[in-house]
Ligand binder design. Structure first.
Ligand code: G1P
Length: 296
């Protein structure tokens, strides 16, 4: 059997971003920047590296700045070209999506991640598709989704990472059957379990390759944890119906940019990766930490 290609990805970007108010009163959370690139750009670059050709954004009211971000900016591009600012010009052009490769659908009510993904159902045919949650930033040598696409061989696959016990209730959690290298076959999945009911410490991170069956399951899934329609429940239904679900223990460091602390850590980590910023920032951080330590 030939391996099925994964060419479509859904980016759920309809969330209100309440944890970043008041900034998100007028700016979508996905446009907040890590150094000088918006969060969404990291997810798009990762998807491109994994071979994704069609990008589907599930948006909501107040997210038009996101659609503008993907659009061409002819005046700006002309000015940058005239000034010979080629590096900046190619950065700007990288953010522009070809008209045929991008689609936006609206989620009219915030009914949960499963519902957001379901809103894109008409754009997904009978083929596996990816889902990327832009809050999860994963720094790695090979893009996390690319690692998964390379390992994927049918069924559904979720990115997985061990998390400390006191955080387990923030995640979808895997009930593990067997390990085969980085791939884990899964017996069950539960969304945000109580700490003492979590089946393992292996949590789902926001990268998925899903069988089209999962979309069909979403037609029938009822509200679960937190009163929301959960993607985890639609994937768990696959297991209940004897279809394969795998966890993939990716290589890389994940930052939870849905939290302020995770966002700050990702900002520092991204800045320290940059040749133009590293030296000055390291010096500043070292001085600052020394002064703090001396003051305590
Ligand atoms: C979502 C998913 C959860 C997953 C998490 C990863 O939760 O529902 O299964 O573990 O993303 O970031 P959220 O963070 O939206 O509450």
């Amino acid at each position: 059997m030939t391996k099925q290609r994964v060419t479509k990805a859904i980016f759920p970007v309809a969330g209100l971003g309440t944890r970043f108010l008041p900034a998100t009163k007028s700016i979508p959370k996905e446009i907040l920047t890590l150094v000088d690139r918006p969060l969404i750009q990291y997810a798009i670059d990762e998807a491109r590296e994994a071979g994704i050709e069609e990008f589907i954004f599930v948006t909501s009211r107040g997210k038009s700045a996101l659609e503008d971000y993907f659009d061409g900016a002819p005046d700006l591009e002309r000015q940058l070209a005239a000034k010979g600012k080629d590096a900046l010009l190619s950065e700007v052009q990288r953010a522009t999506m070809d008209s045929g490769s991008i689609a936006c659908v609206r989620q009219r009510e915030a009914l949960g991640l499963g519902h957001a993904v379901w809103c894109a159902r008409r754009l997904i045919g009978d083929e596996p598709f990816a889902v990327l949650l832009p809050d999860d930033i994963i720094k790695s040598d090979v893009a996390c989704l690319k690692q998964m696409v390379d390992a994927y061989d049918g069924g559904s696959m979720v990115a997985a990472m061990e998390v400390p016990n006191h955080r387990i209730s923030d995640y979808g959690v895997l009930d593990i059957n067997t390990h085969i290298g980085d791939v884990v076959s899964v017996n069950g999945m539960v969304e945000k379990p109580a700490r003492d009911e979590a089946p393992s410490n292996l949590a789902v991170i926001g990268r998925y390759i899903l069988s089209p069956n999962v979309m069909r399951n979403l037609n029938k899934i009822e509200a679960g944890a937190g009163g929301e329609i959960q993607l985890t429940d639609a994937i768990a239904k696959e297991i209940a119906e004897q279809r394969a679900v795998y966890g993939y223990k990716f290589e890389g460091t994940r930052f939870d940019c849905g939290s302020k602390s995770g966002f700050l850590q990702a900002t520092v980590a991204c800045a320290l990766d940059r040749d133009d910023l590293r030296g000055e920032l390291m010096e500043y951080l070292q001085d600052l930490l020394m002064l703090r330590a001396a003051a305590e």
